[in-house]
Design a protein around this ligand. Structure first.
Ligand code: PXP
Length: 235
């Protein structure tokens, strides 16, 4: 199973000062040294974290799968066709949201998704749809012509106890349904060091896409060394 590491929140820290560090491209190369099988970035329409420059340089320097998350708009499709990532994941996007809060409303946006998928696939780029763990949505995703789905694990990640168990069953069932329709199945959102194991155990999953949990852990495991290095410079 592949691990795609999302480096958006390295860029979030950079944007806190609108400077040049930390650079998500540098973080991506280190993630690859750590074993990442792919790098994901979400180029948002408001460019709140990842910038066009990040995507361009990542395309040039990373030797693993580059997954571009984006809204299914004309502008973003144009960027995808120019940059040619290894895959595109279409996601819903609302300006006021903190993160991608739910899966795509595939029924409502079916014809727009179909058109975007056709254009992107025309350039030889496979397309994944980020969807909720729902049988209906998987069936519609298949009808759009997408190659893959990514099942939203946010509800599973945020639930506790028996509710979490129920959400896990929904994710596992969705993976099975996607596979039975000939779609590749990924999962992601909200996964961390405490909840990933049960999802990773789902049979047939192609990959997991994880961002915030890994960047959060990196801050904690790295801060001791960072402070020590600063103290050494002060002697
Ligand atoms: N997959 C998709 C489609 C996403 O939009 C995101 C968040 O950008 C992730 C995975 C990663 O979620 P998290 O940062 O919570 O690990």
């Amino acid at each position: 199973m592949i691990l795609g590491v999302n480096v958006d929140h390295v860029a979030t820290v950079r944007e806190a000062r609108k400077g040049i560090e930390p650079d998500p491209v540098m973080a991506a190369t280190l993630a690859i040294l750590g074993g990442a099988d792919g790098i994901t970035v979400h180029l948002r329409e408001d460019r709140r974290h990842i910038h066009d420059r990040d995507l361009r340089i990542l395309r040039e320097v990373i030797p693993v799968e580059l997954n571009l998350e984006m809204a299914a708009t004309k502008d973003m499709t144009g960027i995808a066709l120019k940059i040619k990532p290894d895959m595109v994941t279409l996601v819903p996007e609302k300006r006021e949201e903190l993160t991608t809060e739910g899966g795509l409303d595939v029924k409502r946006h079916k014809s727009n998704l179909k058109n975007a998928i056709k254009r992107i696939q025309g350039a030889g780029i496979p397309v994944s749809l980020f969807i909720n763990p729902s049988s209906d949505d998987i069936a519609v995703a298949k009808e759009t012509g997408a190659d893959m789905v990514e099942i939203h694990t946010g509800l599973y990640a945020n639930a506790r106890g028996s509710k979490q168990e129920k959400e896990l069953i929904k994710v596992a069932r969705s993976v099975k349904e996607a596979l039975s329709l000939g779609l590749d199945a990924n999962a992601g959102h909200g996964l961390n060091y405490f909840n990933v194991k049960s999802v990773a155990a789902i049979e047939g999953l192609r990959g997991l896409y994880i961002g915030h949990g890994i960047v959060s852990r990196a801050v904690l495991v790295g801060i001791e060394r960072a402070v020590r290095e600063m103290k050494e410079l002060m002697i």
